[in-house]
Design a protein around this ligand. Structure first.
Ligand code: KMH
Ligand code: ZN
Length: 274
């Protein structure tokens, strides 16, 4: 089986220090959390950024500062910026990190309920995002919160808004208001994508590690981190993103799956050369 790519979603846009004091806001804190995940075995850092007071932002220069700090602390790591940002941000605001030409960025492939709010990703928005990313040779990680999002990603590929070869999917399961976090649905999604595609699972909250174990066994890849889950175990807050990555690495070890380095992850995902 292919080596396992571990992505760490170190920050997110919704969780706060009130939820877990280790959630990073400042550039230094973001670099610290990225390094803890990288040292533990993460090949990819999924990045959202904040202002120092914790407010989520898609500001290009804040992204640049955080990315520079992460690259300095984590040589060779792959940074996967968010184009989802926080619920309610405009498309223009969300697209700012693409101006930094990352190798890969998220592409949220449809709208859905997101807790009590609606995360809006209309088809015209997706076409624009796809065109912008394709023009800049930024690989799309197709974030799918629902089966319809997988179908929409395939539609975008068929119509040429994103490349159809070697697509990368991230199945985000367990968001309140979208698809549930269970193995039956993960298997359904994983069987719905093209044979040459790669995929990763993101289990929200208590779904993080059961779905990670399933993905490790199925040949998929795994995302863990504070964006998705703040707990190392029931009732025990994680002290760092690295601790969550360590747990994923331990699961992979138990199941006999080797961990991909950032260089190996670049090959597995067919990312462009830097
Ligand atoms: N913060 C969520 C509303 C992404 O990074 O592209 C969207 C999100 C997805 O986190
Ligand atoms: Zn995100």
């Amino acid at each position: 089986m292919e080596k396992l790519i571990i992505t760490s979603a170190i920050c997110g846009a919704e969780v706060t220090k009130e939820n877990n004091p280790a959630v990073p806001y400042t550039v230094e804190e973001i670099a610290r959390e990225a390094k803890s995940a990288y040292d533990a075995g993460a090949a990819i850092i999924h990045l959202h950024v904040r202002w120092d007071d914790g407010t989520p932002t898609q500001d290009r220069e804040r992204f640049r500062e955080c990315m520079d700090a992460i690259y300095a602390a984590c040589p060779g790591v792959i940074i996967l910026p968010s184009t989802g940002g926080a619920v309610g941000m405009s498309a223009e605001e969300r697209l700012q990190p693409t101006e930094l030409n990352p190798l890969i960025a998220t592409l949220d492939c449809g709208s859905c309920n997101f807790g009590d709010e609606v995360f809006e990703n209309t088809i015209p928005m997706l076409k624009t995002f796809g065109e912008v990313m394709t023009k800049r040779d930024i690989k799309a990680e197709c974030e799918c919160f629902e089966k319809g999002h997988v179908d929409t990603a395939l539609y975008l590929a068929k119509k040429g808004f994103i490349p159809a070869e070697k697509m990368q999917f991230n199945f985000v399961l367990g968001v309140h208001g979208a698809m549930d976090g269970n193995v039956r649905d993960l298997a359904y999604l994983a069987s719905s994508i093209p044979p040459d595609a790669t995929w990763c699972v993101t289990g929200i909250g208590r779904h993080e590690f059961p779905l990670a174990a399933a993905a490790i066994a199925m040949g998929g890849h795994v995302r863990v981190g504070f964006e998705d889950n703040l707990y190392y175990a029931k009732g025990q807050l994680a002290t760092s993103n690295g601790q969550l990555v360590e747990k994923a690495v331990a699961l992979a070890g138990l199941l006999g799956r080797e961990i991909a380095t950032p260089a190996e992850a670049r090959k597995i995902l067919s990312l462009r050369a830097d």
